[in-house]
Design a protein around this ligand. Structure first.
Ligand SMILES: [Zn+2]
Ligand SMILES: [Zn+2]
Length: 432
């Protein structure tokens, strides 16, 4: 069978999975689970992979991680492609408006209770990869290599007291054998439906979680002079963070966002501590150390100006998602075949993160964005809403939505990338 025939067959089989993929996606959307709590999601995935008769289904990897192994007909020592989907949801209310919107609440999660929703679209990722497993299992005797279906927990970051995520999967031996010769990941994004965006270089930035604890001296709210109020010190840190951007070249953007403040005080108690939780993002990894140094200096000295102290910790560091030139060059024909030349577009870098970088950085590979919203591209290539559509809504927003009609495109992307890599057509010719 020629490669054209098998590509057609992959498409036909992908189309056949549409109803199931949509049903899985809706089920997962309705039953989201937070990072490191993906128990039922992982069970659904593992049951499906077993039903497909994969050679091996490894479960419980770094928490609830699942790896399905599908050995094709090629000789041992052939290529190995790792297709990755993340499974976790977010502590965000679901206002997406679909009739399968989530009403889930996780009452026991650290810091909770939290409403839980798939505001990052990982329900789509999981369903698409289950669809791809179905497609590729159907042509296993014609696969000249091995496919690893990697269902990853805790992409959004585990609770700070826990380990988890992509690096933890590597450390748990998920890829000990066979070792991937390529990793592939994608993310649903506010981009025109069915468009595939890629960037040579860092597609996503380097990320680290930051915790700043500002410590004062607890006292009655009526006598602030008897203690040390950590609140204005925390305010000064927050305000000062707004100037950090200007200390780093604007041509390689950074952001420092404090998204959560914890205060142990009360309306009539000046608390002992205020804790700021945030994230530091750098488009270029080498800026991270400098931004951290400046942020630490800022926090410590701002707090000191108010008679308080500050301690700063950096946790859960994730390297940038890097697409090398040779891998992109090798992958473009595949991407164009799947969605059409005109829908494969170069995108800008973003300061999002995705810890699939732990896989792509180790094994080589490719990462793309998949558009899932009512949008079009303007003359400068930026996504803009289409009239009568639901608008552009970013990931992590309670209104984030992803339309079902792009799910099969995701299934096809996985299947075509996997086949082409195993067949030797999608391989970086000179590694960059
Ligand atoms: Zn996310
Ligand atoms: Zn995500």
């Amino acid at each position: 069978m020629g490669s054209e025939a098998i590509h057609d067959e992959l498409d036909e089989r992908a189309a056949d999975t549409a109803d199931r993929v949509v049903a899985w996606r809706r089920h997962l959307h309705r039953h989201p689970e937070l990072s490191n709590r993906e128990e039922n999601t992982a069970r659904l995935v593992a049951d499906q992979l077993r039903a497909l008769g994969l050679d091996e289904v490894r479960t419980g990897i770094a928490g609830h991680g699942v790896v399905g192994v599908l050995r094709g007909a090629g000789p041992d020592g052939g290529r190995v492609v790792a297709l990755r989907a993340d499974m976790d949801a977010l502590p965000v209310r679901d206002l997406c408006g679909a009739d399968f919107a989530s009403e889930a609440v996780d009452a026991d999660y650290p810091g909770g209770p939290f409403p839980v929703s798939h505001a990052c679209g990982h329900d789509c990722h999981t369903a698409m990869l289950m669809g791809a497993a179905t497609v590729l299992a159907g042509v296993r005797e014609r696969l000249p290599g091995t496919v690893l279906f990697v269902f990853q927990p805790a992409e959004e970051g585990p609770p700070v007291a826990e380990e988890g995520g992509a690096r933890a999967m590597v450390e748990a031996g998920a890829f000990a054998g066979p070792v991937p010769t390529m990793a592939f990941g994608m993310h649903v994004t506010p981009y025109p439906k069915g468009y595939v965006g890629y960037r040579i270089g860092n597609q996503y930035g380097a990320s680290t979680l930051v915790r700043v604890v500002v410590t004062g001296k607890q006292v009655h709210g009526s006598t602030p002079w008897e203690g040390v109020d950590p609140m204005p010190a925390a305010g000064a840190v927050l305000t000062g963070i707004g100037q950090l951007y200007r200390q780093v070249s604007a041509f390689d953007p950074v952001t420092v966002t404090i998204g959560h403040v914890e205060d142990v005080g009360r309306f009539n108690i000046i608390g002992q501590t205020v804790t700021l939780w945030g994230t530091v993002r750098c488009a270029v990894e080498s800026d991270m150390a400098e931004v951290q140094r400046r942020l630490t200096t800022l926090a410590e000295h701002s707090a000191a100006a108010y008679g308080a102290t500050a301690s700063v910790e950096y946790l859960q560091s994730v390297p940038p998602v890097h697409n090398s030139g040779p891998w992109v060059e090798a992958g473009l024909p595949t991407l164009r075949r799947v969605v059409g030349d005109e829908r494969v577009v170069e995108t800008g870098a973003t300061l999002g993160y995705d810890d699939v970088s732990e896989f792509i950085g180790r094994f080589g590979g490719l990462y793309v964005m998949l558009g899932v919203q009512d949008a079009t591209l303007d003359a400068s290539g930026r996504p803009v809403p289409v009239e009568g559509g639901r608008g552009l809504v970013t990931n992590h927003n309670p209104h984030f939505y992803a339309d079902d009609d792009t799910l099969v495109t995701g299934v096809r992307l996985h299947a075509h990338v996997a086949y082409d890599h195993l067949a030797g057509a999608l391989v970086a010719r000179r590694e960059g």
